[in-house]
Design a protein around this ligand. Structure first.
Ligand code: CMX
Length: 434
């Protein structure tokens, strides 16, 4: 057993004991209420599951195992001479519940490098799709096709005890995370670079190698990928990609199909696809105004046209957050450090000054502030990754770190099949019209 797995194995029984004690002492205590408005309102704010890896505070934003993004930028190991956290570190933190050492992070990196072999049929499945197929469709199909490699499927067929479920789940999660950059880079090079593929460089860290396979071999872009892969990795349990992965996995569906379900959810424009929509919207505005940096008044006009057309302003608003997303702020700081003169960054900054007022004035938007997707595209554009339909795949590779860690924990602690109840409008009417 590898050292990481061994260390994780030692954490399982104490976690089970902790849950048992909580259940036995407080199992009947009430931790929330359910209002009719929540039944019809997408279950907003309804406490309905446990997710150990991260917790989202509406005012403060995300904390991963208790650490905020600025804390992680300081405390997680960096690449030699780098300033951004290595995503191997946040993965370790989410899995183990403790900060990694430099050595721990190196081990995760090496472990993933050893596992990063994608079976040839996965590339064939991608190649069978028309070249103009959206990258998220290609990504989802490739993950589904890779299920042939599932250790969980093999072990389940052979027969295993419930206590053993976590082991093949862990293997699948690690293999998937290791292989996703190769799959994503293949989709990118196939779709936008004439099938001119780039071999992995196993000497590089996970994100550095990903940047290399995409075709961006400069230090700053690698740093951006490290930051990007870290901050997109998890956002507590209820967001669509995390919840979809968790839900599907609760039926003992293997990690490949569970993660594919999560990615299908991420591909929605109200969730992860918003990152491509933001750039489309910004470029549309530039085009309409004939280039240059639009004035605040021009931006305001453009926003009003968007709203009048019944569309949302992408990159703004959130179902839980009520302040500027700290993931937005981290990316803004990266831009201020590395590309302060970039034109599109100047527009994004000006949009930040204008949009919250406009959304507030609608009187209905609960959070007028920018989310993670409002900023990610402009950074990628700056380094030449301009094909914005691909952006959600990057989000997806990162999201694997959190959602797969969660299902490893679910299987380790004997998580049940999810089966919430539903009601009907008729029954609600009967209840209240008595
Ligand atoms: N532009 C226009 N209208 C918006 C809006 C925005 N950015 N954000 C919210 N609203 C509207 C909602 O559509 C809703 O309108 P109706 O009452 O007419 O249906 C109303 O304001 C109230 O919505 P809310 O309670 O503030 O927000 P929700 O929890 O329903 O939705 C979200 C959250 C993210 C889907 C929404 O803010 C949105 O559509 N934002 C734009 C898309 C986006 O950036 N998504 C990415 C989120 C982060 C991620 O998951 O990656």
């Amino acid at each position: 057993m590898d050292r990481l797995k061994e260390k994780f194995a030692a954490k399982i029984q104490p976690a089970i004991d902790e849950r048992r004690a909580l259940l036995s002492d407080h199992g009947d205590e009430v931790v929330g209420e359910i209002k009719v408005s929540q039944l019809y309102g997408g279950m907003r704010g309804m406490l309905s599951m446990v997710c150990e890896t991260s917790k989202l505070d509406p005012e403060e934003g995300i904390r991963f195992r208790g650490y905020s993004i600025p804390e992680l930028q300081e405390k997680l190991p960096h690449y030699p001479e780098g300033a951004e956290p290595l995503p191997e570190g946040i993965f370790y933190l989410m899995l183990m519940g403790e900060l990694p050492t430099e050595d721990d992070v190196r081990r995760v990196s090496n472990n993933w490098a050893r596992r990063a072999i994608v079976p040839p049929h996965v590339f064939k499945v991608i190649d069978a799709l028309p070249e103009n197929t959206h990258p998220m469709t290609q990504f989802s199909a490739a993950i589904t096709a890779m299920r042939t490699e599932s250790e969980f499927v093999k072990a389940y067929r052979k027969g295993m005890t419930k206590q053993e479920y976590w082991e093949p789940t862990y293997e699948d999660a690690m293999n998937l995370i290791a292989r996703l950059p190769r799959v994503a880079a293949y989709i990118y090079r196939r779709t936008y670079h004439n099938n001119d593929h780039i071999e992995p460089d196993p000497k590089l860290d996970w994100s550095g190698n990903f940047a290399h396979m995409l075709g961006f071999d400069n230090d700053e872009f690698r740093e951006l990928m490290r930051l990007y892969m870290t901050i997109h990795s998890d956002h507590e349990g209820g967001n669509v990609s995390a919840h979809a992965t968790h839900l599907v996995s609760s039926a003992l569906t293997d990690p490949y199909l569970s993660f594919a379900a999560g990615m299908n959810g991420l591909a929605g424009p109200l969730h992860g696809l918003a990152n491509q929509e933001v750039v489309r919207w910004l470029l549309g505005m530039k085009d309409e105004l004939g280039g240059g940096t639009p004035s605040k008044d021009q931006i305001a006009e453009y926003c009003k046209t968007t709203l009048k057309a019944g569309k949302v302003i992408p990159g703004f608003g959130h179902a839980v957050l009520r302040k500027t997303d700290p993931r937005y702020t981290a990316q803004r700081e990266f831009a201020q450090k590395h590309m302060p003169e970039n034109d599109l960054f100047k527009i994004v900054s000006r949009v930040y000054e204008v949009v919250p007022g406009i959304l507030t004035a609608t009187g209905k938007v609960k959070n007028p502030w920018p989310n993670v997707d409002a900023h990610s595209g402009v950074l990628l554009m700056n380094y030449g990754l301009v094909e914005y339909d691909f952006y959600t795949v990057l989000f997806g590779v990162s999201r694997a770190l959190g959602v797969l860690t969660n299902i490893v924990w679910d299987r380790a602690t004997g998580g049940p099949i999810e089966r919430p109840g539903s009601t009907t409008t008729e029954l609600l009417k009967e209840r209240f019209n008595k």
